[in-house]
Design a protein around this ligand. Structure first.
Ligand code: PRP
Ligand code: URA
Length: 210
């Protein structure tokens, strides 16, 4: 694993991951946990945002103080499950633009299929946060990063909540320039390409489908 791969192991995140994994956690709590974890991830992932000084007048005197400079943000969830992460990041950066990439994994071949793509235009000057709670084989992540790059995206960070070693290796091989963040590097994939121990099907658990 390269130094473009970060595990966000803050105790608050780890505690919430355990609740996410639990088969007894219902839809509304699952959704809330995904959102809370995403906010905590955003706090860490955005810690290198550039700052600039501005002058501000306090009730006492004038001073110089920091604001985030220039770098515009695009948040791009991979549908469906990535949608669950959007509000958590937007709570930190309310003026970010939001794009969407629709992909589903074929249940037999496990290959990703695109059904929707709408990105902020232009996107080349933006920092792009690609969101998907699950990085399994890495097929969806690689396809989504391909789309973003085809649309001119250059500065991309990929945020997954749970990752399998196979998916991390694939993204790092195909897109070594894209920093990857996850909260847990799980053991492996099973024969159906689900992450073990994982949390099951993230989209179904967020939206209450089967
Ligand atoms: C899940 C998940 C990822 C993908 C990960 O989505 O949200 O997008 O699988 O698997 P991979 O790394 O092997 O590509 P899914 O295709 O089940 O679609 P959904 O979000 O609509 O349920
Ligand atoms: N997609 C999911 O939602 N869960 C997995 O474990 C793998 C892919």
């Amino acid at each position: 694993m390269s130094n473009n791969f970060t595990i966000l192991d803050h105790p608050l995140i780890q505690h919430k991951i355990t609740m996410l994994r639990d088969i007894h956690t219902g839809t509304s709590q699952f959704r809330a946990l995904i959102q809370e974890i995403s906010t905590l991830m955003g706090y860490e992932v955005l810690r290198d945002l550039p700052l600039e000084d501005i002058e501000v007048t306090t009730p006492i005197e004038k001073c110089t103080s920091k604001v985030i400079s220039g770098r515009k943000l695009a948040i791009v969830p991979i549908l469906r499950a990535g949608l669950g992460m959007v509000d958590g990041i937007l709570s930190l950066t309310p003026s970010a633009k939001v794009g969407h990439i629709g992909l589903y994994r074929d249940p037999i071949t496990h290959e990703p299929h695109e059904y929707y793509c709408k990105l902020p235009d232009p996107i080349d000057e933006r920092l792009i946060l690609l969101l998907d709670p699950m990085l399994a084989t890495g097929g969806s992540a690689v396809a989504a990063i391909d789309f973003v790059k085809q649309h001119g995206g250059k500065n991309i960070k990929f945020l997954s909540i749970i990752a399998a070693p196979e998916g991390v290796a694939k993204v790092q091989e195909m897109h070594p320039d894209v920093p990857l963040y996850t909260c847990s590097l799980d053991r492996c994939l099973n024969e159906n390409k689900y992450i073990c121990p994982g949390l099951g099907d993230a989209g179904d658990r967020i939206f209450g489908t089967k």
